[in-house]
Write a protein that binds this ligand. Structure first.
Ligand code: PLP
Length: 410
């Protein structure tokens, strides 16, 4: 029944293939710039000191067991997650206009949101059923959205010329998208480009979307990781809420807690201010719970327990903020080091974007041939679109990488 014309061989996940090739490479000089996870200055995974502390506390708890969590997840975790992303004094929280479910990290939150839209989003304009995502976007967006049978469309985002935001193109696309369309936005530290709108640009994006009654779906996978400040990184979302939007948020704790494999995340639906908002929240929440029950039954406990301990304790929270600054600070140092080495060698091209872009990734502007050469000649591994993970650079390999780049662009 499952012949090749029914189930053809799927192409290998490009990132997975890259990691396998890196592992096989025996050169002592090899550099992994593909990985989407933080590495310390010794190129090793880093367990955040605050996560170690929370883990010890958790293990000492004599009442800890392995029972199921509720369908919507750990309540202390979801309520702390609301406060983290919307701010402690958020009017949306005070008005009880938010419903939140714990999810299988950010991926699960994007999926739950997309599934909810595919089932329930019926804009008055049937043309507005597609989800608009940036070009480029996180590769998994496309798969998640098409899996729930929603059409996906795109808006321009990255300018190849400036290696910055294609702001005019983005605004044009939003104004010509049908009224009521769903617009998928990266809250901060855009993956894969590392390019974010300025606050002024976000204001203009919100204005146009408000005029067109469009529906924002924020994917927030790097809060605190971009600028080092949790508030700054959530600014765009809160600006949209202040403007009265109804919106959805997918929140991941993979990167900012280093809890990648533990799959801690949260999905939030925020209703617009209205006398019926609480009724709407109750109805939406009840349907989300049914979707969650059929998809995963209930979410995994360990990562949410760790994050919840930290989010609900002032001293641990302060330690977490310090850990976030350690990670974002090291990445910023690596951006500066790379840029200054390229400047020193007068490497052809402009390299300002290396320090202008933020977050874990940088779109270098290197083309596919140059990426190939870096891999074959220098054992440097990155995705073929020229994206590098800044976390793969450290004080020991940044000069080697800069020299290799210099050699392939000349
Ligand atoms: N969204 C974006 C833009 C991402 O870059 C990622 C991770 O790379 C995710 C969501 C989800 O990651 P996770 O499911 O590990 O939280």
């Amino acid at each position: 029944a499952f012949s090749a014309d029914v189930v053809p061989q799927a192409p290998e996940d490009p990132l997975f293939g890259l990691m396998a090739a890196y592992r096989k490479d025996t050169s002592p000089d090899k550099v992994d710039l593909g990985i989407g996870a933080y590495r310390d200055n010794n190129a090793k995974p880093w367990v955040l000191p605050v996560v170690k502390q929370a883990d010890e506390l958790l293990r000492k708890d004599p009442d800890l067991n392995h029972e199921y969590l509720p369908i919507a997840g750990l309540a202390d975790f979801t309520s702390a997650s609301q406060k983290l992303i919307l701010g402690k004094s958020s009017p949306a929280i005070a008005d009880k206009r938010v419903v939140s479910l714990q999810t299988i990290s950010g991926t699960g939150a994007v999926h739950l949101g997309a599934l909810f839209l595919s089932k329930f989003y019926n804009p008055s304009n049937p043309e507005a059923k597609a989800i608009y995502a940036s070009t480029p976007t996180w590769a998994n967006h496309n798969q998640i959205i098409t899996n729930v049978h929603l059409p996906m469309k795109n808006y321009p985002y990255f300018s190849k010329e400036t290696k910055g935001l294609a702001f005019d193109g983005m605004m044009e696309a939003l104004s010509s998208a049908p009224d009521g369309s769903v617009i998928l936005l990266h809250a901060c530290a855009h993956n894969p480009t590392g390019v974010d709108p300025t606050q002024d640009q976000w204001k203009q994006i919100a204005q146009i979307m408000r005029r067109k009654n469009q529906f924002p779906f924020f994917d927030c996978a790097y809060q605190g990781f971009a600028s080092g400040s949790l508030e700054t990184d959530a600014w765009a979302i809160n600006h949209f809420i202040e403007q009265g939007f109804e919106l959805m948020i997918a929140q991941s704790y993979a990167k900012n807690f280093g809890l990648y494999g533990e799959r801690a995340g949260c999905f939030h639906f925020v209703a617009a201010p209205s006398p019926n908002a609480q009724d709407e929240i109750s109805r939406v929440g009840s349907q989300l719970a049914i979707l969650q029950r059929s998809e995963i039954s209930n979410p995994p406990a360990y990562g949410a327990r760790i994050a919840s301990l930290v989010l609900n304790d002032d001293a641990l929270f302060a330690q977490w903020e310090e850990d976030l600054r350690t990670m974002s600070g090291r990445i910023i140092e690596m951006r500066k080091a790379l840029k200054s080495k390229l400047d020193e060698m007068e490497t052809p091209g402009t390299w300002n974007h290396i320090t202008d872009q933020i977050g874990m990734f940088s779109f270098t502007g290197l083309n596919e041939q140059q990426v190939q050469k870096l891999r074959e000649k220098f054992h440097i591994y990155m995705t073929k679109n020229g994206r590098i993970s800044m976390a793969g650079l450290n004080t020991k390999n940044v000069e080697y990488f800069a020299k290799a780049v210099d050699s392939v662009v000349r």
